[in-house]
Design a protein around this ligand. Structure first.
Ligand code: BGC
Length: 269
């Protein structure tokens, strides 16, 4: 069977860690050349490891350092990637951080950092990607669409989360940002969608699952009875980037084992 993303170029921001590793691997295994983005020199080794793993499995890619919250760095990353590969087909706006604090203790720096990476970063990358999609237009030997963007959101675009006001504000913002630009560019055959993961086993939420007690507590929020893994998100990202989802734009796919189904109501209310 033909690979679903054969010959396409995909930038995965934050591809060096967490959900980004699963998405990078899944897209590479479907034939995409992946740009595994990482934010700083500190994350270079992890990015290299992700790429080594992809290459060992027969996939292709490069690593690229760029802090998505910095305009000049984002503009340069897109220019460099387009110069190297000719164009880009897929952007996975995946970079995301948490800096948690109760509102009264949250510093402006914590607020700005989280909004900067999670929301402004998605804006900057989407802007550069859409410019390139418009320039190239549809080329049927690549894809039915001129380009595809996947915004990594969270169940916390709808579930309030005490102690995480900066994070939930960024994810709520992604919801309307994604829908607005999806509406704006659908006539140009650009598809823009979100994935809203629930609890996926990664570094960002390690405390919530790395002891049996913590995991039992977390599972009370997940009707399907298991914590997610990065592969759950990778498979969905491949589908949203492929022509199999050609009629899908402006949608948010919740991949959360039922976390958004108000599990507390199952035996109450
Ligand atoms: C957060 C995780 C959390 C999950 C479910 C994600 O967006 O980054 O820390 O475990 O939502 O609450």
């Amino acid at each position: 069977m033909a690979k679903k993303l054969e010959g396409q170029i995909a930038i995965i921001t934050g591809g060096s860690s967490g959900i980004g590793t699963g998405v990078s691997k899944a897209m590479a295994m479907e034939g995409a050349t992946v740009v595994v983005n990482h934010s700083s020199a500190k994350s270079a080794d992890r990015a290299k490891e992700v790429l080594n793993n992809i290459e060992a499995a027969g996939g292709k890619g490069i690593i690229y350092q760029c802090d998505v919250s910095k305009e000049e760095e984002v503009v340069k990353m897109f220019a460099d990637v387009i110069q190297k590969f000719g164009t880009i087909d897929i952007l996975v706006n995946n970079s995301g951080i948490q800096q948690d604090a109760p509102l009264t203790e949250m510093t402006l720096d914590q607020w700005n950092k989280v909004i900067g990476v999670n929301l402004t970063g998605q804006f900057l990358c989407a802007r550069e990607a859409v410019k390139e999609f418009l320039r190239r237009g549809v080329q049927n030997d690549r894809s039915l669409a001129a380009g595809k963007i996947i915004c990594m959101s969270s169940v916390h675009e709808v579930i309030p989360w005490a102690g995480h006001a900066n994070y939930t504000a960024s994810k709520g913002g992604i919801s309307m940002f994604m829908k607005t630009i999806a509406q704006e560019y659908a006539p140009k055959k650009i598809r823009i969608n979100s994935i809203a993961p629930g609890a996926i086993k990664t570094e960002i939420n390690k405390e919530a699952w790395n002891t049996p007690e913590a995991e039992q507590k977390l599972l009370k929020l997940i009707p399907y009875g298991r914590v997610g893994v990065v592969e759950d998100i990778g498979k969905a990202a491949v589908w949203l980037a492929s022509d199999d989802s050609d009629y899908v734009t402006g949608a948010t796919m919740f991949i959360d084992g039922g976390m958004t189904l108000y599990p507390g109501f199952a035996d109450n209310g």
